[in-house]
Write a protein that binds this ligand. Structure first.
Ligand SMILES: [Mn+2]
Length: 499
């Protein structure tokens, strides 16, 4: 998955700092009326669904004896595993080879238990018995043994067997010995595994297309090669697609620490979006929307997917032209998919009750032969899907103007054939309250002053993620200039933060 984590983290950290300051300023110690805990009101209490058959709790879909999850041992229940100082060298080697602490991963059971991070209402909720079958597609290139196989085992152990058609593993030309015969022999014993190998390095996007072409299930479900599917993860995804074949869904992505492999829950009530430099961003559901929600299990409409983990009806995916075959390696494909989903009659949702942990790498440990791949991909997205709004992107990322997008006539023909809506429609109806830009009007800007002390918030020149200071107001803006946006964010100017 292509998270620019460092940068995202810094910006998120600053946002969190600012939000805390903002909430404290507005709500004080007595709490505020923002995001309160839901009343428990499960909506799926019926015993049968008119089309999809008997309704059951996830735990009742299959016999628990078949669930081989290992409850004890290092890392069980998602606990962190520390590296002893004498193993520092092995850890460093693992980082440079894999981009995360594969040394520690190898010490943890391939079938370890993890925390059930779902809201309690998810466990109460019932799901239909007759859901479509998923083909899980996992692309890998020189992945470590234990992270790859833990992904596979977690899918097999935590999916109702009658909902899992197969796991299509696509080896994008790995050269590590453990990913050859040893992997073939191992996965043959597991059953349900289809191994596909490319005969040259094709990159993530093409490898995923190859995976989808080899899938036969009703739904194609993409996962990264270093994930852990959590309890009950599959039915909530498949249900949404069963109810509307043009809905694509993303699980809530939990956080697996790249050093200790600790499994941590993430906020499920978030929406994916972007800025005008095409950095992927996440924004919480607005407080007024949170108040309207009746049920904590309810899906969250999302303008953009993160890209690594999602599920879609296989036929609908074909109708949408799958991944753009003119794109290279990775980067930008999540925008193409998300924009066309929305513009061409589909929709995209994040599902709070479906949880999948993902190891966020420290760095990508291998290089790609094509340095400008992401820029080409961005340019293709802009030219095909964004109409006049492409100028907003080019203003912020001027190097895109000089990139040759290649032949896009097929994609434009696809957009015409599917009678897709304009990007303006997308901006006004889908991404309307999530895209932050210099174009967005502010509610307020200027210094934040306590009149009785004449002290002002001050960034103290610290970078994103640093602590705010409180110093005498100088009235010169600079480090004391803040903005309050219509997205309820309290922040400094985006340009100053470099995010
Ligand atoms: Mn990843």
């Amino acid at each position: 998955m292509r998270f620019k984590l460092k940068r995202t983290c810094k910006c998120l950290a600053l946002l969190v700092t600012c939000t805390v300051v903002y909430l404290f300023a507005n709500c004080g110690l007595n709490g505020c009326s923002g995001r309160s805990e839901y009343e428990l009101e499960p909506i799926h209490v019926a015993d049968t669904h008119p089309k999809l058959g008997q309704m059951l709790n996830v735990e009742d879909f299959w016999t628990p004896e078949k669930n081989k999850i290992v409850p004890n041992g290092p890392g069980s229940n998602g606990a962190p595993v520390e590296t002893e100082s004498e193993n520092q060298e092995a850890k460093d080697r693992a980082y440079s080879e894999y981009g995360f602490n594969q040394f520690i991963s190898d010490k943890i059971s391939l079938e370890r238990s993890i925390k059930d991070t779902r809201h309690s209402a998810c466990k109460e909720r019932k799901y239909p018995q007759n859901l479509p079958k998923a083909s899980v597609v996992i692309v890998f290139h020189n992945e470590g043994w234990s992270t790859l196989l833990r992904t596979v085992h977690s899918v097999i152990n935590r999916s109702p067997p009658h909902m899992l058609q197969e796991i299509v593993m696509v080896d994008d030309y790995s050269d590590k010995e453990h990913l050859k015969k040893r992997l073939d022999d191992y996965t043959k014993k597991l059953g349900k595994i289809k191994m596909v190998r490319t005969d040259e390095r094709v990159g993530l996007i093409k490898a995923r297309s190859i995976g989808a072409d080899n899938a036969v299930g009703d739904v194609v479900l993409f996962l990264d090669a270093h994930c852990e599917a959590n309890l009950g993860w599959l039915p909530p995804l498949l249900e949404r697609i069963a109810l509307d074949r043009r809905t694509a869904v993303c699980p809530t992505i939990d956080f697996i620490d790249h050093n200790t492999f600790e499994y941590k829950p993430m906020d499920p009530y978030i929406r994916g979006t972007f800025n005008w430099r095409f950095d992927y961003k996440e924004r919480p559901v607005r407080p007024e929307e949170m108040k309207k929600r009746k049920d904590p299990t309810q899906e969250v409409r999302s303008p953009v997917m993160a890209g690594g983990l999602f599920a879609i009806n296989r036929e609908f995916f074909k109708e949408l032209g799958q991944y753009d075959p003119g794109m290279f390696i990775w980067g930008g494909e999540q925008y193409e998919l998300s924009f066309k989903l929305w513009q061409c009659g589909g929709q995209l949702e994040n599902i709070p009750c479906s949880r999948v942990g993902h190891v966020y790498r420290h760095h990508v440990p291998y290089s790609y032969p094509k340095a400008d791949a992401t820029l080409i991909n961005f340019r293709r997205v802009a030219e095909v899907w964004m109409d006049e709004y492409k100028e907003w992107l080019y203003d912020k990322k001027p190097e895109l103007r000089n990139v040759d997008p290649g032949d896009i006539s097929d994609r434009i023909a696809l957009r015409k054939r599917l009678k897709c809506k304009s990007f303006k429609w997308y901006m006004e109806n889908v991404a309307n309250d999530t895209v932050r830009s210099i174009y967005e009007p502010l509610r307020a800007s200027g210094p934040v002053r306590n009149p009785s002390t004449n002290l002002c918030f001050d960034s103290m020149g610290r970078k994103a993620g640093g602590e705010l200071g409180l110093v005498t107001c100088h009235g010169l803006m600079g480090n004391q200039a803040f903005q309050f946006t219509f997205l309820d964010e309290f922040r400094q100017d985006e340009g100053l933060l470099g995010c």
